[in-house]
Design a protein around this ligand. Structure first.
Ligand code: NAI
Ligand code: MG
Length: 354
């Protein structure tokens, strides 16, 4: 018996519009093979084109239109030449994350065979970890303001917000994930020596949550040396949990250490399924390469695979990932991987393997 899932498909801007068709191609192949039905709703808002026409990133009723979806598949948003980035991002993606309480941002970091690693002497298998980023609070808030603007007394304050609810749930999620993996190791990103109020408290919450996971080894590291170790000793890591800001940085640095941002996927999860979760590549709209059909589609296709896994379709996820692994070894490869293939060539090759 086949299952039906309702999926909102939002390509967004720039290369989001080039890589999304390849994710849909791969999904179509894998769903046929595993007898899964996806009922897709194609959406042109949450894009700068829409903003240019309507003066807003999304229609007023966006939330009701998306609320009963099982998942959202998202390309990338941003076109700085026509819309300032804080408007496009706060008007779309950050609304989804907050309003749909997608409090986990999960980003796998993996070095694949066939992908040149910028770190000397590393081979496939040496780097394989997960970054779990808090996605709704912490350092990313709109609390604060400017006073005496433009004068010598000008003062700017931006507040961070850490709640017990928000912190404990991301820590628990990370401990659960670590517990299911063979190494059972969790690294906590902190900065309790410098950020003297919120970060010591964050460490305390981790100690408290850790009492429920005696079999998981907890390793606290300050964010500065932790970043250095991503580069110098990436094999040390299994699951890494971090606040919103630290997680944002780590989850770009991690994939950068494995070759190209064109491979890195992410999942914005509301684990309880009260709201739809959103799956998107880590990269943005890449205006510098848009229009040439050379963007690497793997990050988008892998994000679609993460969506299938979250929906419980593990075999379909594994098949997609296997096809990605094979194409990374055999080619065709896009220019960011040192090849000359187009976005379409690579997407077609992945779909054909399925
Ligand atoms: P970006 O990720 O779009 O591009 C950074 C660099 O990586 C560029 O040189 C680009 O060509 C390259 N690149 C990115 N994806 C690639 C792919 N799939 N294949 C090959 N090369 C790839 O980041 P940037 O330039 O800082 O931002 C551009 C726009 O994207 C901005 O408007 C920004 O706000 C937005 N953005 C949106 C995100 C999202 O929707 N989640 C995330 C990051 C940026
Ligand atoms: Mg980022």
């Amino acid at each position: 018996m086949s299952k039906t899932y309702k999926i909102a498909v939002i390509p967004g801007d720039g290369i989001g519009k080039e890589v999304m068709p390849e994710a849909l191609r791969a999904l179509s192949a894998v769903c046929q093979r595993f007898d899964i039905l996806l009922e897709m709703t194609h959406i042109d808002w949450a894009s700068c084109d829409y903003y240019t026409q309507h003066g807003t990133m999304m229609p007023d009723d966006w939330k009701t239109r998306l609320a009963d979806m099982d998942a959202i598949l998202f390309g990338a948003v941003g076109w700085p030449d026509s819309v300032p980035d804080h408007i496009s991002l706060w008007g779309s993606l950050l609304q989804f994350r907050r309003e749909f309480d997608q409090y986990i941002n999960l980003r796998p970091v993996r070095l694949f065979e066939g992908v040149p690693c910028p770190l000397a002497g590393r081979k496939a298998g040496d780097i394989d970890f997960l970054v779990v980023r808090e996605n709704t609070e912490g350092e990313y808030t709109n609390l604060g303001g400017r006073i005496f603007a433009g004068t010598e007394r000008e003062v700017v304050i931006q507040e961070s917000v850490f709640t017990r609810l928000g912190t404990d749930r991301v820590l628990k999620y990370a401990f659960e994930l670590a517990k299911q993996r063979s190494r059972k190791h969790l690294t906590l990103a902190t900065k309790s020596n410098g950020i003297a109020i919120s970060m010591p408290w964050w460490d305390e919450r981790a100690d408290e949550v850790a009492t429920g996971y005696p079999d998981v080894q907890l390793d606290k590291q300050h964010i500065d040396i932790l970043s250095a170790r991503f580069v110098l000793q990436p094999d040390r890591f299994d699951v890494v949990v971090a606040s919103n800001l630290f997680g944002d940085i780590l989850s770009d640095l991690g994939p950068a250490c494995t070759g190209t941002i064109g491979l890195a996927p992410s999942a914005n999860l509301n684990p309880e399924g009260r709201f739809p979760s959103l799956f998107e590549p880590v990269h943005g709209s890449a205006p510098d390469i848009y229009g040439r059909n050379i963007a690497n589609p793997v990050a988008m296709i892998w994000s679609a695979a993460l969506m299938l896994k979250f929906l419980g379709e593990t075999a379909a996820h594994d098949a997609l990932l296997h096809a990605i692994e094979t194409v990374l070894v055999q080619g065709p490869r896009t220019p960011d991987l040192g090849g000359q293939a187009s976005t379409t060539d690579m997407g077609v090759a992945i779909a054909q393997l399925i």
